[in-house]
Ligand binder design. Structure first.
Ligand code: SF4
Ligand code: SF4
Length: 89
């Protein structure tokens, strides 16, 4: 299985944060959004959502490792609206 790059469809995202919680569970075995490689940023005024996936360039977040130990990345599995998908490389 190759490394998985996560593709985000921002327009589908409902900002439920399930992906971020699943990601923290992948990294730490516990739920907490600060330990996640994903951050969901919602502009409350405009209603727009941005999905940020940290790739290692940021000090304070664990980089996405593509959930290499999983059949499908946990963030993709848990997104209820199909806003995340996998690009294998
Ligand atoms: S693929 Fe895994 S490590 Fe990467 S953002 Fe998704 S849950 Fe987190
Ligand atoms: S699980 Fe899906 S809908 Fe929920 S915040 Fe993540 S990308 Fe958005």
């Amino acid at each position: 299985m190759g490394f998985s790059t996560i593709l985000a469809r921002h327009g589908r995202c409902g900002a439920c944060n399930l992906c971020a919680l699943a990601c923290s569970f992948h990294h730490e075995g516990a739920f907490g959004r600060r330990n996640s490689s994903i951050e969901i940023i919602k502009d409350e005024r405009e209603g727009e959502v941005e999905i940020v996936i940290f790739d290692g360039a940021q000090d304070d977040r664990k980089p996405c490792d593509g959930c290499a130990n999983e059949e499908r990345p946990l963030c993709v599995q848990w997104c209820p609206v199909g806003a995340l998908s996998v690009k294998r490389s």
